[in-house]
Design a protein around this ligand. Structure first.
Ligand code: SF4
Length: 290
């Protein structure tokens, strides 16, 4: 039984519950697999932070520090940023309860983060536009652009970086990836449309473009920058179609499994998913997913 989904009104009492806001990551996980979404956001099943995720988090920590200082007028070098990350490593590892296989694996992870941050600073242009915001939380009510209906739930996202641009701000997302492949725009469409919507509604500014800056964890680390155009009306209509379907699932409490590529890296594959018996969770304890 899960009371949290009984209604938007009851659910909002719980901070961070499914009805408190929609985020790009919530929406993306639900699109990949509603059952995995339910396990994470309704049942609250915790999954361990993997060393790869931790490497991504610590790389973000370094980039955030670099841009926060840059915004204040101080330009750090790669040694400064690596030291900042090193100083926080132990505490972050303990908070995340990250268990490296052995000391050698942990040292390799530290070196990988240092390498990624170093290559970022080597390759990012010296004359990068002015920093407008770093790791900033954007929140805006969701109002359907076609019908004008207020959906009664806000959209919330954290933008890694917002830079000034001649024709409007540029929203930038940092990613770490194992391989250097050009990302398909559609695989990032939800995230890009969410950030553009948030920028427009929260800041009242229309983006000049959006970027994904991928740090590639190859032997010789690489930086790949992928630029995407300003979002169109069609992008927002597609985003709201997905949001309406998501909200319909929340109301009906139907969270079907969706076997596919996402199963390859799903933490629930060998556990909760195996136990799922095809039934939906109903309130009042009448039925629960088996
Ligand atoms: S293993 Fe696949 S179907 Fe099962 S919960 Fe994970 S993503 Fe969904």
């Amino acid at each position: 039984m899960n009371q949290e989904l009984a209604s938007p009104q009851t659910a909002r009492r719980g901070q961070g519950g499914p009805w408190s806001y929609i985020s790009p990551s919530r929406l993306n996980l639900w699109l990949k697999c509603p059952l995995a979404w339910k396990l994470r956001y309704v049942d609250g099943v915790k999954t361990p932070t993997t060393p790869n995720l931790f490497i991504g988090k610590m790389t973000h920590t370094g980039l955030e520090h670099y841009y926060r200082l840059k915004q204040l007028g101080t330009r750090l070098n790669s040694g400064d940023i690596v030291r900042h990350v090193e100083d926080r490593w132990e505490e972050a590892a303990s908070e995340e309860r990250i268990a490296f296989e052995n000391d050698e694996a942990e040292q390799a992870a530290r070196s990988q983060v240092a390498g990624l941050l170093t290559v970022y600073l080597e390759e990012v242009p010296e004359d990068e536009p002015r920093t407008l915001a770093v790791e900033t939380t954007l929140e805006a009510p969701l109002v359907d652009p076609v019908t004008g209906d207020a959906l009664g739930i806000p959209l919330l996202g954290i933008a890694d970086l917002v830079l000034d641009g001649p024709n409007g701000p540029i929203v930038i997302d940092f990613k770490t990836a194992a391989r250097s492949t050009t990302p398909l725009e559609i695989t990032h469409e939800i995230q890009l449309s969410c950030y553009a919507w948030l920028l427009r509604e929260h800041w009242g500014a229309i983006e000049s473009g959006l970027e994904i800056r991928s740090l590639i964890k190859t032997k010789k680390p690489q930086l790949r920058v992928h630029r995407y155009d300003r979002r169109s009306d069609q992008h927002f209509q597609r985003l709201f179609a997905a949001i309406r379907a998501y909200l319909a699932d929340l109301r009906s409490q139907e969270f079907i499994f969706r076997p596919g590529f996402a199963c390859s890296w799903c933490d629930f594959r060998e556990t909760h998913c195996q136990q799922w018996g095809g039934t939906s969770v109903l309130v009042e304890g009448k039925e629960a997913s088996a």
